[in-house]
Each structure stands twice: as structure tokens, then as C-alpha cells.
Design a protein around this ligand. Sequence first.
Ligand code: ADP
Length: 260
Amino acid sequence: MSTQAATPAPARPATEPAARATGLGKVYGEGETRVVALDAVSVEFGRGRFTAIMGPSGSGKSTLMHCMAGLDSITSGSTRIGGTELSGLTDRQLTRLRRDSVGFVFQAFNLLPTLTALENITLPMAIAGRRPDRQWLDTVVATVGLSGRLGHRPAQLSGGQQQRVAVARALASRPEIVFADEPTGNLDSRAGSEILGFLQRSVRELGQTVVMVTHDPAAAAHADRVVFLADGRLTDELLAPTAEGVLDRMRQFDTGARTS
Ligand code: ADP
């Protein structure tokens, strides 16, 4: 168990995944209200890969993401971001790891209304007292198609544009991994597919690692891999998914659930 610095060293073994859970268990409540949200989940998210997490409502998708991102405590097992074991960290180290090594994109954008798009994008780094890498920032802004909108405030932007700002903010610090929780849930299908395209480009062209929770087979088809959860357990995975392939797999689960 490591209690070393929260920021992973720049030189990392090429084979080391961006994030890993081993035997991860998460229990909420006690007695009659006890809920096993995650039951011994072991999963790796490879560097430079785009993974979708799918499963019925209540299957543990958000809990898995929150535990792996260090936003929620775990009951058993272990979680790592890069080479860093989360349970070995002090609160301060964990805060630093989340700030420096993890990016988040939420369904509700979560932008500050009084700041411009650019200020929203660079806010986490400003809080950390870090100067943004200008070249990287320009690349990210160009990749998500925000050039020309940087001086606008969130209220002056469409939902799709606001989510682009949130994606750029998540990528700005060049994190080890980006977790996206239903990032297209509040968008119409055109804006949604644009956001999915940007996430895909951030993986393919910028080498970022993205893990996305979604219930939409078409969204999941943008990923390189889909992992399926049911009742807090990892049940299946699909590589190079298509929307039809994902739908088929979901139908099999439904049939299995009805006949079991
Ligand atoms: P999903 O994201 O797949 O919909 P969740 O991870 O939100 O599923 O929830 C998994 C299970 O854990 C559900 O049964 C849910 O009711 C329960 N759960 C989630 N968060 C809490 C919490 N804060 N307190 C108690 N139970 C929770």
C-alpha cells in the first residue's frame, strides 16, 4: 500500500492501466437498509482507451465510477489510479489526486454561471495554483470545437456548448483518466453525438483515457469496450461494440432475468 505522493510519477509502465479495481465492494447502510451496491468487482481501464459502463438502473454504475474516482469510500478491496492505491492516501493526497489526475464530466454540466467558458475550463487549475499548458489547452479547445466561444458565459451557450466546456475542463489538466456520468443525458441527439465524438477524439487523437456511464446503446457504441454490470457485479463485456451488438446483449440479460 503506497502512501507516497498523490500525483503519479510521469514515467509509468506502459502496461499499467489508467485505473483498476480489485475485489471492490461497496455496502451502503446497515441492518434492514443494508445495500450491497458493488460485490467484489475487479476491472481495469486501459490507458488511451474509451470504455462504457452499462447496466440496469441500480446495478452500481455510478457507485463504481465514484469509488474508482476517489469520490466515495470503499468497503472492501482496492482501487488504483495509475500506480497510486487510493486507500493509502490521506485526505489531502486524495484531494490532490482528484484535482491533478482525474477529470469529471457530469450530466448537469456543473459550470459556474458568472465565469466565462475559458475561466470555467481553467478554474480547477487556477484553484490548484497551476498554470495551464497553453499548447495543450489550445488543442483541447480546438478538439471540442470551442474556439470563438471562450468569452461567453454558460447562459449564452446552448446545452451542447456548455457540455463541451465541461469536457474541455475535464481534459484541461491532462488527467490520468476522465470519468463521464451520462454526459449526453441532458442533450438532444445531435448535441449528444457531438459530445461523444469529442470524447472519442480525445482518446484517439490526444491519447486520453475515458470511462463513461451510459444507458444508451448508441452512445456506448462510441467506446472501444463496454462492460456490463448487474446487481453490483461485472457480468459481461463487449469489445469494438456496435449499437446493435449492445442492444442484443441487453436483450439477452432481460430474457435471462425473466427466465431465472
Ligand atoms: P446505477 O448508477 O447503476 O443506477 P447506483 O450505483 O446509483 O446504480 O446504485 C447502486 C445501488 O446502491 C442501488 O441499490 C442504490 O439504491 C444504492 N445506493 C446508491 N447510493 C446510495 C446511498 N448514498 N445510500 C444508500 N444506497 C445507495
